[in-house]
Write a protein that binds this ligand. Structure first.
Ligand code: FES
Length: 109
């Protein structure tokens, strides 16, 4: 991961506290979320059945799949409820110049 790998994906004020935004980078969907003042990036895909997590909702620092209810940690990608038993991918995020930047080149988990 290098600074050159980061791409600006949203204005910080487009992702208010406790909300998430779906973004697309290189035709791949991601979720950018802000929780407790920190920004997170995860793939927009449930590990259970390839279903968009952006159809779900945030539950604190977790994102909940709307299809079968599994929740995943935004920090680690770990599944916290059945039926999902595999993590989702998480990505490095930084904030600069009023923008949220993420590194889509490789997951951090
Ligand atoms: S598709 Fe997400 S929990 Fe089943």
């Amino acid at each position: 991961m290098t600074d050159a790998s980061f791409v600006a994906v949203a204005a910080t004020d487009a992702v208010p506290e406790g909300k998430f935004l779906k973004v697309t980078v290189d035709e791949r969907p991601f979720i950018i979320a802000q929780v407790n003042g920190s920004f997170y990036a995860v793939e927009d895909n449930c590990s259970h059945e390839d279903y968009p997590l952006s159809f779900g909702c945030l539950d604190g620092d977790r994102i909940k799949c709307s299809l079968h209810g599994s929740r995943f940690s935004l920090l680690t990608g770990a599944p916290l409820d059945e039926p999902a038993d595999a993590p989702i991918r998480t990505y490095a995020v930084k904030v600069a110049d009023g923008q949220v930047w993420m590194d889509p080149t490789g997951p951090t988990n």
